[in-house]
Design a protein around this ligand. Sequence first.
Ligand code: SF4
Length: 507
Amino acid sequence: MAESKFTRILYVPHDHLNESFGVLKTANPAADVLVLVESARMTSGRNWHKERLFFLVASARQFARSLEAKGFTVRYLQAPTTIDGLNLARAEFGPLEIHCAEPSSYRQMAALSEFGVHFVENDFFLTSRPLFKLWAEKQKTFVMENFYRAQRMRLGILVDNGKPEGGRWNFDADNRLPPPKGHVYPQPLSFEPDEIDRQVLAEIEGRRKAHPEDYWGDGPSGVWGTTRAAALAQLDDFLSNRFENFGPYEDAMPRDSWSVYHSLLSPYMNVGLLHASEVIEAVRVRFQQGGVSLASCEGFVRQVIGWREYINGIYWFFNDSYRESNGLAANRKLLPLYWNPQATEMNCARSVVEDLRERSWVHHIPRLMVLSNLALLTAVNPQEYLDWMRQTFIDASEWVMVPNVIGMGVHADNGQMMTKPYAAGGAYVNRMSNYCGGCRFDPKKRTGEDACPLTTLYWDFLDRNREGFARNHRIAQQVKGLDRLSDLPEVRARAREVLAKLEAGEL
Ligand code: SF4
């Protein structure tokens, strides 16, 4: 080993792709060697969505190339594990100290700590982990709305002399419009692959031929770029073409637009190519220019400084065992329709999984009110469902998915995070989408061959959990509705049929 001119190895995880944050903000090309590791654990051994894997690998390789172009010495290493990769770097450069920003999952934090890596604070969020802890320790319940209002005040966003701009903190009531009829939605951007992208794709295709069981989904679809320039173009496109209508239609699920007016920024933010601070600043400037309603602006700000920060804070506030929660003792195997949309006749579920297969992304309402709702109502095992979500979504970081699935999606934490389960029958989907019009089931019916499976299962779910939920004032009203059902025995019998057929992929 030649004597190294370097004094530190800076390890850059695949979701810290930003020169201005994390460990790179202290990087010195004369003294530091920068290391990225593409571990086999990350690329194989699980049923990764092809689009997701392509995006994660290609964006990291693009980032490594951009650092090299700026004069850094960079090693992009392929190795069985991250630790093996760091050992390879030490074999080349000597036993240097390794520095990294605190990683984004418990598993990686433990592995790097044990290896003796020095951490700097993870500043990829607007709220540090200690700061969230300070807030959470003062709460009786972790109501996101309270956190969000505190964030607005702390960060000085949409506040005027300590009061919310426009006199209200929350414009949710204005932001729940169903899909408009005969509407033309803006087309999302598309991105041409370059030489690095094509190389990554060829490698994935090669591996997929050898191990088809390790991959699912189509792609790349071209709707996700892999560079900082692409991320900035997406931000600009959102501000110019979608921001104005984001709020009113943020919960709508039109069959004829997969992207609606959503920003499509979460994949870029979750790998570090965009930072929440620059997104919020760009939004603030655009809002001040006029033409965007306060309801739209507030709805978007809520997602970024509220939900996103809250979910990350909750992930680190609860400990690692939170991931294994199964408070409703849900133990059904994952339904076949989650891998194969042809395994169901439910138009909503089939359409959402088809969209997912195509692009590895659907917005927050199909995630919550179709996919997670169905997993909740059918008592799918939370960890099986969580694994599927992690493998499927392009923006599915561990910190995102654990609280979103365990706490919010399938209420597996006995209400530690959200005070009520997000359970709904077909009426919600019928109101917020146009899926039901083309479906062989009737969202209003709970019994009979053409009863909507969600409607049947919704009542059956409340019935099965009647005792536990009766004490929860946020859902007690829904549970009381059971008393008005004269056909409960038929509902229970139909629910058994529905569950058996969904398990067999025949409904
Ligand atoms: Fe989904 Fe039921 Fe509507 Fe069919 S009727 S699309 S299953 S909610």
